[in-house]
Design a protein around this ligand. Structure first.
Ligand code: SAH
Length: 291
């Protein structure tokens, strides 16, 4: 089902007040609420709430009532967010992909792995993550950098898809990794890929939406959390993700379009993390955050 965003355009200060009012009104429910600056020159801000199409009538009714009562000058606007077909994305191109020391390749290109490379064999299949998408490549680069420069003793790959990021993390560091996906087909594919890459013993798998599974409690908190999902679910997951992060942990987020980055960063600032850096690839960004 398509995701929708209901929002008002206003000044930074008023957007902040609307955000607070929306938090009071919807705080206990499972909606993402955010402000973002849309035009720096004109200092235009938006305060938004995100939901699915079937929730729109309900959210719009309550948001409109709030505007009438407290912000009568503001107009409620809406947009439908683009759907992403994960499977189609996973079949984009089949050439080997290099990201830092990692070389993600299909069976037909196993001979392309050179000494010094960390080769990851992923054949295009029923789960996202052949390395061709800018978000996967962005995460691989950042994982390589983080594992080189920081002490990381365990890791979590949330939304593992083909398992590519969990496999890369374990191959490079040999630390225990937890890999989960909301989609049972992805979990199965990821498990098969871990076996094919000879790292099945180092990665624990589970099918779970967000953090609803005991595997997180049993294996966490995590020094490194990687989540390549999408901006909206990432914003919703911010508080629980940070709860499962170790004291001096690092977070790598992707699946975020360049123009969505500020609202994702502000959701994680709100949960207590600091932005460290952002990298760009084909319109997508990968964000590193620390406590
Ligand atoms: N990590 C891989 C795959 C990313 S695709 C890579 O970087 O290439 C995103 C994956 O997240 C999909 O497999 C999707 O099923 C999963 N996903 C989406 N929402 C999720 C949620 N709330 N909890 C767990 N997994 C989720």
């Amino acid at each position: 089902m398509s995701e929708i965003r209901l929002f008002v355009s206003t000044t930074e200060a008023v957007a902040g007040h609307v955000l607070e009012a929306l938090s009071d009104l919807f705080g206990e429910e499972d909606y993402a609420i955010a402000t973002q600056e849309v035009d720096e020159g004109k200092a235009i801000w938006e305060a938004s709430i995100y939901g699915t199409q079937d929730q729109e009538a309900e959210i719009a009714g309550r948001f409109s009532a709030l505007l009438t009562a407290s912000f009568p000058d503001l107009n409620l606007e809406r947009e439908t967010l683009p759907d992403i077909d994960w499977i189609a994305k996973s079949l984009e191109g089949l050439k080997p992909v290099r990201a830092g020391r990692f070389l993600v390749h299909g069976s037909h290109d196993s001979d392309k792995v050179k000494p010094g490379d960390i080769g990851i064999l992923i054949d295009a299949g029923q789960a996202f993550g052949t390395g061709h998408h800018g978000t996967t490549a962005g995460c691989l680069n950042m994982i390589g950098d983080v594992l080189k420069s920081r002490r990381v003793t365990n890791a979590l790959d949330l939304g593992t898809g083909s398992g590519v990021l969990a496999i890369a993390t374990h191959l490079m560091s040999r630390i225990p990794v937890v890999a989960t996906d909301i989609d049972p087909v992805a979990t199965r594919v990821a498990q098969d890929n871990a076996r094919i890459n000879d790292v099945a013993g180092g990665i624990a798998f589970a099918t779970a939406p967000g953090f609803h599974h005991r595997i997180f409690r049993d294996n966490g908190p995590f020094d490194l959390v990687i989540a390549n999902i999408l901006a909206r679910p990432l914003m919703k997951l911010a508080p629980s993700l940070v709860r499962h992060l170790a004291g001096d942990g690092t977070v790598i987020l992707s699946g975020i379009l360049a123009e969505q980055r500020w609202k994702v960063i502000s959701a994680y600032n709100g949960a207590g993390l600091k932005h460290r850096r952002t990298t760009w690839m084909n319109g997508w960004v990968t964000i590193e955050l620390v406590r």
